[in-house]
Design a binder for this molecule. Sequence first.
Ligand SMILES: [Zn+2]
Length: 360
Amino acid sequence: MPRITSLECSRCHHHVDSDSARTVCPACNGFLFVRYDMEEIKRSRRRPDAGSLGAGIGRYAAVLPEFAASSLGSGGTPLLPSRRFAGLLVKDEGRNPTGSFEDRGMELAVAAAKHYGVQQLSIAAEGEAAASLSAYANAVAIGARVFLPQDVPMPSHLQCVAFGAEVTVVLGSIRDCERKLEQEAKNGFNLSELKEPFRLEGAKTIAYELVEQMGWSYPDGVICPAGIGAVAIWKAFEEMEQLGWVAGRRPRLYVSGSDTGSFESGVLEASGGRVVEGTDALATLLDWARHEGILLSPEGAAGVQTYQALLASGEVAVTDRVVLINGSRGLNYAEVIARALRLRPKLPSSLPVGGIITPQ
Ligand SMILES: [Zn+2]
C-alpha cells in the first residue's frame, strides 16, 4: 500500500502532513485531498486483473492508505444492465452493509480515525451517512454521536440506534444539525461531509470499480449521487490516468437535483456534464420495481429521470454507455415507498425466528 506524501488543500494548495488526524486546511479551511507518490505506485503496482483476489474496496489497496480494513467490508457492488435501455448500466450501491454508497467512505474514514487513536466520532447527516458511521464505529469499538433532522427516514434512524450510537434528533434541517453538533459534540472528531480527507478517499473506489467492470475503459457518462460522489469519482479518474490504468475521453458527470455545492459544480463543468432537475421520482421508482426488478432509492430514480431527460435533449445517445449510480437501496426509504403503494404496515403479532414462533 502506498505512503501518503501529503494532504493537499483543494483551495489554496497548501500541503500538510498526515502524521495526526486532520480535519480541513489549517490555512483556509479548504477540503484536503490525500496525495501519494504516483510515480512510485506506477513503478511498483499493477492494476487488478481477473486473477486478483478481493472484491471490496481493499481490491484497490494500491491507491489507498494503509489502514486496517473493517470486518464489515464495503464495495464490490454489481453493474446491472437495464432491461429496457440498451446503453444504461446501474451500479447498485444498495448492496453495501448498511445499504448505501456511504459505506465505502465510512469504512476508510473510521479505519483512519482508529489508526490515529480517535476515541469519539460525530456526524451531522440526513440519515444514511449517520447509519453507516454508526455501523463502522461499532465494528471498531469507537463511540459515535449522530445528529439527524426530524424527517430522517426510519431505517436510517433505526440503524443508528441499533448500532449503539448516541442519537440526537434535531427539529430543523441539516444545517441546524451541523450547528447543534458544533455546540454539543466538541470532543468528537467530525466525519460530516468534506470535514476530513478519508471519506472521499474511500468513496473514490466506486470509480476504480466501475472502470474495471467495463474492462478498464471509460463509459460515456456517469450519473452520480449528490454530495461528494462526483468529486471522488473525478479524483479517481485523474489517478487512473496518471497510473496508465485507463485511457480515452473522461465521462461527462451528471447529478440530479438542485442543491449542489460549488466544489461539486466545478467538477461537473470540467467534465462537460451538469446538474439536471428531476420531477416525479416516486413514479419512476415504482416503474423500475415493476419492470426492471430493481428497487431503486428515490435518488436513483431521479437519476433515471436525468438519463431520460438527457436522451430527450440529445445530450446522450441511446448507444452511449451510461452508468447510473443507485446510491442506496430502496428499503432505506421503506415508509416513502409504502405510502406510494398505499400500504399501511402494521406490526406482526408474533416474531418468527427460524420457523419457531416466539411470543413478543
Ligand atoms: Zn487551504
